[in-house]
Design a protein around this ligand. Structure first.
Ligand SMILES: [Zn+2]
Length: 368
């Protein structure tokens, strides 16, 4: 995901996607009024863009903070062209938690929109550029709430719908399926209406409105498919153990060889990038190319592998009968790409992100 970090709010990393600059430009330009002086229009445009940005951020923070209170930790928030996405490391485990978390965002947008709406109605004869700004922020926040409440999973409305089905059926998998069907249905309805608008121009709508609506439909459809695939993968992992998904073709090296011996004896001949350090079966640590790169050439004959590895006590490890989904969640939470599977101090396998994805893909190909 292209973008950059803006910093942390309530301990949650906030990222800005590059597409946000397009929104920033569009908002600023759309607010420029020929009746105002040049600099005034730009100042108002920029202030409005920043307030819009704050509104979208508040929407995502509402999801995140309500999620946190309900046991769903949020790692980061990314703001991009369609609004924002909060990256969860886990899905809610209870229907009530998912309901509160999903509803919090639109509720926050409605509250902010309501506030601007109130300002707009209560203050008569508001000075012109300010009045346009307040009106625009009122409309846009209400629109943000309305768009997100479209009952197409994975939008907020789709999640609210899923939590209700989940609450009444007690079946998480089934409710995800139903929410995805509804999401696809809504997406196709958007695409179809978009096409009809392009050709028939009902209610004075232009072909451009049609293209835009069809595009939103296409976006909803691909988001629904992607979320469903993800939900299916999580379901599959939930039913597997670490020992079932781990790879056994990992490389073992002893702790007392030098870095150069490691490079010439193991790294170059095998092409592996990751090594597990073990001493007479005891798991000692993990070593990647990055650890080797930190040692200057001149020291590689005298430095032992033991000195540059990440020692076992600083690593997250999985136990063989641990649920595979929890292994993936731990990797997400700690931002790591691999976890050794250790049984009574002995390494018996290695789980990597790539491996997990390949495992699931092969399993699906075999119709399992
Ligand atoms: Zn939302």
């Amino acid at each position: 995901m292209g973008g950059f970090n803006l910093g942390k709010v309530f301990g949650i990393q906030v990222r800005l996607h590059y597409t946000w600059f397009i929104i920033f430009m569009l908002v600023t330009i759309s607010l420029v009024d020929p009746n105002w002086s040049q600099w005034l229009s730009w100042v108002i445009g920029i202030i409005t863009s920043l307030l819009f940005f704050a509104s979208v951020l508040a929407h995502e923070l509402a999801h995140s903070l309500v999620g946190r209170v309900n046991g769903v930790s949020i790692k980061s928030i990314t703001l991009f062209i369609f609004g924002g996405v909060a990256q969860m490391t886990k899905e809610a485990t209870k229907a009530s938690a998912e309901f509160k978390m999903a509803a919090a965002g639109p509720a926050c947008s409605l509250a902010i929109g309501g506030l601007f709406g109130l300002l707009w109605f209560l203050i008569p004869n508001m000075a012109e550029p300010i009045a346009s700004m307040v009106q625009w922020l009122f409309i846009v926040n209400v629109a943000l709430a309305a768009f997100n409440l479209i009952p197409g999973f994975p939008l907020d409305g789709g999640r609210v719908f899923r939590s209700l089905v989940w609450r009444f059926s007690g079946n998480y998998k089934r409710s995800t399926q139903i929410a995805t069907w509804l999401g696809r249905g809504v997406a196709y309805a958007f695409i179809l209406s978009g096409i009809l608008i392009v050709f028939l121009h009902p209610f004075g709508l232009s072909w451009f409105d049609g293209v835009w609506i069809a595009f939103i439909g296409w976006f909803l459809q691909s988001a629904a498919s992607a979320s469903y695939r993800q939900a299916e993968q999580r379901e599959a992992l939930r039913r597997l153990t670490a020992s079932q998904v781990m790879a056994s073709n990992f490389m073992i090296v002893p702790p007392n060889i030098t870095v150069n011996q490691l490079v010439w004896g193991y790294v170059l001949p095998t092409g592996h990038h990751l090594f597990l350090v073990t001493d007479e079966d005891r798991f000692k640590g993990i070593l990647t190319l990055n650890n080797i790169k930190t040692i200057p050439q001149s020291d590689r004959d005298t430095t032992q592998v033991e000195k540059i590895m990440v020692p076992a006590d600083q690593l997250k490890v999985a136990s063989p009968d641990q649920n595979a989904l929890s292994v993936m969640e731990q990797m997400d939470e700690n931002d790591i790409n691999q976890m050794p599977v250790v049984d009574e101090g002995r390494v018996i396998g290695l789980i990597t992100r790539d491996n997990l994805i390949r495992f699931l893909r092969t399993r699906a190909e075999l119709g399992m």
